[in-house]
Design a protein around this ligand. Structure first.
Ligand code: ATP
Length: 296
C-alpha cells in the first residue's frame, strides 16, 4: 500500500521584505502562486526509513540530502508514531531555485502520511504541522494564489481571476536563500520594519489581465539576487526582448520567471530563450495545492 501526493512549485508575484526582527527573521508580505511544475512523493510503510530521489537532468539530485535532514523526513519525524517509511520523490522543481521545492516535498509528506494512515486530520491541524516545518510549507498545502505574512506562514487565499502563462528558467547552480537575505541587509541597512504591501497587485489579479499584472509584479530580493549573480539581469532583459511582458527573479532566485500575454506568447518566448538557455519551462498558474494522485 502506498500513497502518492503531487505538490507544486511556487513563484512569488510580490515579495515585500522588512528589516530583520529581533529573532533574526525578516517580516514578509508576499503573494504566492502555485504553477504546474510538480514534485510527486510516494510514501509507504517499510522496515526502516529510506528516501530516494529521481528527476530530469536539470534537477540537481546530488544536492538533495537523503538522510533525516531531508525536509520530507523531517516532516515524517514530526508526525509518525513509531512506523518507519520508504519515501520516493520524483522531482521536477529546481533545487535551491527559490521555488520552494523542499517545502513542496514537506507538505506532500505530511498529506501522504495523513492519507496512508487514514488519520483524516483537519486542514487546521495539517496547516499547523506545516507551519512548524517551514515558512513556505503551509502555502504548498493551500496552493492557488495566496497572500503570506509573518515569515510567510500565515496564508490567506486571495481572489485570482486569471490564467497566467509563465516561462520558468532555472539556473544550473542554486543560490542560498540565507545568503540572498544577508545581501539584502547589506544593501538596505535602513529597510522599513513593515514590508511593502501588494495593493496594486491584488487589484490586477482580480482583473485577470496580464498587462496589468505585469506592471505590479514586485520582488525586494531581486536586487540582491542580481547583485550576487549579474547574469540574471542579462537573462531578464533577454526574456523581455523575446516578448515577455515582464521578467523577474523568483523569490530568492536564481530561477527567473517571465509573465507572458497567453499560451502562444509563452511558447514563443520559451522557443527564443531555448536558443541560449538549456532549461526553459513554460508553465501555467494558479494550480491546486498538495493533493493525492495515486491512492495506492
Ligand atoms: P525556498 O524558495 O523555500 O527558499 P528553494 O526552492 O530555494 O527554497 P529548495 O529546493 O527547497 O530551495 O531546497 C533548499 C535546500 O534544502 C537544498 O539545497 C537542499 O540542501 C535542502 N533540502 C532538504 N530537503 C529537500 C528536498 N526534499 N528537496 C530539495 N531540497 C531539499
Amino acid at each position: 500500500m502506498s500513497v502518492t501526493v503531487r505538490a507544486a512549485a511556487k513563484i512569488n508575484l510580490h515579495l515585500g521584505v522588512g528589516a530583520p526582527r529581533e529573532d533574526g527573521f525578516h517580516p514578509l508580505d508576499t503573494v504566492y502562486q502555485a504553477i504546474d511544475l510538480y514534485d510527486d512523493l510516494t510514501l509507504s510503510v517499510a522496515g526502516e526509513d529510506s528516501l530516494t530521489v529521481a528527476g530530469p537532468p536539470y534537477v540537481d539530485v546530488d544536492g538533495i540530502p537523503t538522510d533525516a535532514s531531508n525536509i520530507a523526513m523531517r516532516a515524517l519525524a514530526e508526525v509518525a508514531c513509531g512506523d518507519a517509511h520508504a519515501v520516493r520523490i520524483s522531482k521536477r522543481v529546481p533545487v535551491a531555485g527559490g521555488m520552494a521545492g523542499g517545502s513542496a516535498d514537506g507538505a506532500a509528506a505530511l498529506l501522504a502520511h495523513d492519507r496512508l494512515h487514514v488519520l483524516d486530520q483537519s486542514d487546521e491541524v495539517l496547516l499547523a504541522q506545516a507551519a512548524r516545518l517551514g515558512s513556505d510549507v503551509p502555502f504548498s498545502l493551500v496552493g492557488g494564489t495566496a497572500r503570506g505574512r509573518g515569515r510567510g506562514e500565515v496564508v490567506e487565499r486571495i481572489e485570482d481571476l486569471g490564467t497566467w502563462w509563465w516561462v520558468v528558467v532555472p539556473a544550473s547552480v542554486g543560490l542560498s536563500t540565507p545568503e540572498v537575505y544577508r545581501h539584502f541587509d547589506r544593501l538596505h541597512p535602513d529597510a522599513p520594519a513593515q514590508p511593502a504591501e501588494p495593493t496594486g497587485l491584488l487589484a490586477a489579479l482580480a482583473t485577470g489581465e496580464p498587462v496589468r499584472l505585469a506592471r505590479t509584479l514586485h520582488n525586494d530580493l531581486e536586487e540582491p539576487a542580481i547583485d550576487l549573480r549579474p547574469e540574471l539581469g542579462t537573462l531578464i532583459e533577454r526574456g523581455e526582448a523575446e516578448g515577455a511582458l515582464r521578467g523577474m527573479v523568483s523569490g530568492s532566485g536564481p530561477t527567473c520567471v517571465f509573465l507572458c500575454a497567453g499560451r502562444d506568447e509563452a511558447m514563443a518566448v520559451a522557443a527564443g530563450l531555448s536558443a541560449t538557455y538549456d532549461v526553459v519551462l513554460p508553465a501555467v498558474g494558479p494550480v491546486a495545492g498538495a493533493h493525492v494522485v495515486h491512492p495506492g
